[in-house]
Design a protein around this ligand. Structure first.
Ligand code: IPM
Ligand code: MN
Length: 371
């Protein structure tokens, strides 16, 4: 069995707490012959700023480039609200995405039956939900230039962000979505705003052409992004794979998260192109929830999104799909037995902390593995 090299970047807020549960899981997998993982740890976000004055150091970037996968916690918090824009905590995450060329962000939103009551929507709307948002991650308004604030000299300032997409960027994210849909329910919904934005016009055109040329066996539908947001809360089960740009994907995936009961439930994988020589791809795995500074340090954060993100690493970076299934199944079973962290607590449930939840998932994996 090959040894997999991981770089763990816990970051800020609840990041280190939920990452501790991943370390517990790695230790258990290593002890039980389910995997061989070596890891190093680094600083990112506010933690890196406090130590080095930047949101991620060149040294940590080099380690990320060399790792088989990066496992990321969360960044940011009010403590760093006033630091210069270029070194704000989020800049560390954005640099990792950009320099590792992680253009494809997969955000599955699954509503475990046990959690249907935790969603703010009615049970029948979310029960059994299983969709994936494929978010473009290295382009669009996040990185487009110019990106400036100019003093106009008359007491006014002007801020500019640039939304820019080239054909190849749309085509490669479309390909990820179509290929993923083929392994699922074979349907892709592309969301843009072609009624207002030129990037939306091109996005729509490239999706349509590629679909016709290479993926006509997959069902493709185009929905304007605002209507798509509305449909996501009206009847989300109509979707299978949603593909959309960086900014719409950011917003729509937070909406999708709440369908599952809590932001604390959503894992994500950020993937680069497969290297034709090594067959490997750069990858970073992170929970969709942020650093949750309000509950940081209290040991009450939900580690499920973080553990499920590690599960995605097993699936997408290490071809350990069966072990990833084991994690997912253990999470479902632990929820079904009534274990809840505070964010997903319901009347009558056993409310536990981060560590107890992590231990319960590993205990259940042990039981499943032995069965
Ligand atoms: C996310 C986050 C990031 C984003 C922030 C932390 C820069 O909200 O991963 O969804 O906007 O992409
Ligand atoms: Mn976000």
């Amino acid at each position: 069995m090959p040894t997999h090299k991981l770089l763990l970047l816990p970051g800020d807020g609840i990041g280190p707490e939920v990452m501790a549960e991943v370390k517990r899981l790695i230790a258990w997998m290593n002890d039980h012959g389910l995997g061989r993982f070596d890891y190093e740890e680094g600083l990112v976000g506010g933690a890196a700023y406090d130590a080095h004055g930047v949101a991620v150091t060149d040294d940590t970037m080099a380690k990320a480039q060399a790792a088989d996968a990066v496992i990321f916690g969360a960044v940011g918090g009010p403590k760093w609200d006033k630091v210069p824009y270029d070194v704000r905590p989020e800049a560390g995450l954005l640099r990792l995405r950009k320099e590792l060329k992680l253009f494809a962000n997969l955000r599955p939103a699954i509503c475990y039956p046990a959690l249907a009551e935790s969603s703010s929507l009615k049970r029948e709307v979310v029960d059994g939900l299983d969709i994936v948002i494929v978010r473009e991650l290295t382009g669009g308004v996040y990185f487009g230039e110019p990106k400036t604030i100019t003093d106009l000299g008359n007491g006014q300032k002007r801020a500019v962000d640039t939304q820019v997409y080239d054909t190849y960027e749309i085509e490669r994210i479309a390909r990820v979505a179509f290929e993923l849909a083929r392994k699922r329910r074979n349907k892709v919904t592309s969301m843009e705003k072609r009624n207002v934005m030129k990037t939306g016009v091109l996005w729509n055109e490239v999706m349509t052409v590629l679909h016709k040329r290479e993926f006509s066996d997959v069902q493709l539908e185009h929905v304007l992004a605002d209507a798509g947001g509305m449909q996501l809360v009206r009847w989300p089960k109509q979707f299978d794979v949603i593909v959309t740009d960086n900014l719409f994907g950011d917003m729509l995936s937070d909406v999708a998260a709440m369908l599952t009961g809590s932001l604390g439930m959503l894992p994500s994988a950020s993937l680069g192109e497969v290297d034709p020589k090594t067959k490997k791809r750069r990858a970073l795995y992170e929970p969709v929830h942020g650093s949750a500074p309000d509950i940081a340090g209290k040991g009450v954060a939900n580690p499920i999104a973080m553990l499920a993100s590690f599960g995605m690493a097993l699936r997408y970076s290490f071809d350990l799909g069966r072990d990833a299934d084991l994690i997912d199944e253990a999470i479902a079973n632990v929820l079904a037995t009534g274990y809840r962290t505070a964010d997903i607590a319901s009347p009558g449930a056993t409310v536990v902390g981060t560590r107890e939840m992590g231990e319960a998932v590993i205990r259940e994996m042990k039981r499943l593995a032995a069965a």
